[in-house]
Design a protein around this ligand. Structure first.
Ligand SMILES: *Cc1c(COP(=O)(O)O)cnc(C)c1O
Length: 383
């Protein structure tokens, strides 16, 4: 069910333990859809290697959709990505710059999100030293207590920003509950954002993440930022997901066996076979980003059949119950689906007691990666 193997060992093609298929055409379609819904420029959030999917390749694909703005979390990520983007693309560092990183940031044409007065002073000092006007985004805390200026710091920041050394591109904040439209925190943050904007006359607003895009025009500001929705995750919590799925994950079957009633399965012997069972051992575990919390919780799929994870998830393998499949259906070297048509990313995350973001960013480096839909994006640069 998967094609020619890409991994090779001394010239011999070897079967990968798992295949992660990343549909680049779907990412592009999701980008176009988010632009359409928001009627605003959409900054692509490609932090954490584009949520584990490959920041370089995802960014180059989005350039073809006209994306001009990219966000990462750390300066190190921005420095790695800068060369993959045209000079004209804007690259923002959401977490701001740690002391000492300012010169490297300015030299690489990277825009910091300023999260404190201290960061703003250092950025303005560098601008003065260079005799330049440096661009910046000002983040204000509207109720998440994570990053950004406190309300009482806004006036001082606005004065510094107006000193002629800083080009204030956006005033920004981040929504804590955007995936839950009915949550009162959204309205409260919007109210605080409105008060913050009054402290920065003429500034443009950048507020919504993926979820915020679906909260309506009041949240859209001048530019929105999207990560999870680009990658097919559900932006509206439990509501129907309008995004196209992007990720498929297939895991190889290592071996199958038959066990008698009473057999202990996996570490700790936590699962005792209640009847004779047929089992398959899969070539992925928690070291590949399939959390141990899937033990006796989640499932893989094959031919429409749910194959429950049985016993604890190991580091490099897990056991699934294949008793429901006709004997001989599943053989070593076959692949079962962990994420895809039969099991969404959200469903897997829910079984693991986590969110799609954590599953995506944790998917391991041991899987082979396929990037269909790469027309016009250089495959050789795929990372
Ligand atoms: C990660 C992040 C985003 C992207 O959020 P999604 O919910 O994935 O769209 C946007 N803004 C900030 C500040 C972030 O940290």
């Amino acid at each position: 069910m998967v094609g020619k193997m890409s991994a090779s060992d001394a010239g011999h093609a070897i079967a990968p333990s798992g295949v992660l298929t990343i549909d680049i055409a779907a990412i592009r379609a999701n980008y176009a859809y988010l632009k359409d819904v928001s009627q605003r420029p959409v900054a692509a959030v490609v932090k954490a290697d584009a949520y584990g999917l490959g920041a370089g390749i995802v960014s180059r694909a989005l350039l073809l959709e006209g994306c001009e703005n990219f966000c990462v979390a750390h300066l190190g990520e921005a420095l790695s990505l800068r060369a993959a983007l045209p000079e004209t693309s804007r690259l923002f560092v959401l977490n701001g710059i740690l002391p000492g990183g300012e010169a490297a940031c300015a030299a690489a044409n990277i825009v910091p999100v300023i999260n404190s007065l201290d960061q703003l002073r250092r950025w303005a000092d560098l601008a003065a030293a260079l005799g330049r006007v440096l661009p910046a985004v000002m983040q204000v805390d509207t109720g998440m207590s994570r990053l950004g200026l406190m309300p009482e710091e806004r006036q001082a920041a606005a004065m510094l920003a107006a000193s002629g050394r800083i080009e204030l591109m956006f005033v920004m904040s981040h929504l804590a509950s955007a995936d839950a439209a009915e949550d009162a925190q959204n309205g409260a943050q919007l109210g605080e954002m409105t008060r913050a904007l009054a402290d920065f006359p003429g500034a443009k607003l950048c507020f919504a993440n993926s979820g915020g895009i679906f909260l309506g025009p009041a949240f859209h500001g001048a530019m929105v930022r999207s990560g999870i929705a680009l990658y097919g995750g559900a932006p509206m919590g439990d509501r129907p997901n309008p995004m196209q799925p992007v990720v498929r994950l297939d895991i190889a079957v290592i071996q199958t066996r038959r066990v008698a009633a009473g057999a202990l399965i996996g570490y700790g012997g936590t699962h005792v076979a209640q009847r004779p069972m047929r089992l398959a051992t899969l070539a992925a575990g928690y070291a590949d980003g399939l959390p141990r919390t899937l033990s006796d919780q989640g499932a893989a799929y094959f031919g429409g059949q749910r194959l429950p994870i049985t016993g604890r998830v190991s580091m490099d393998s897990m056991v699934v119950d294949i008793s429901a499949l006709p004997e001989g259906t599943l053989k070593p070297g076959d692949y079962v689906e962990m994420i895809g048509r039969q099991q969404t990313l959200e469903a897997l995350a829910q079984d693991a007691g986590t969110i799609s973001y954590e599953i995506l960013t944790g998917l391991g480096s041991r899987f082979a990666r396929r990037y269909p839909g790469m027309d016009g994006v250089a495959v050789s640069e795929a990372k």
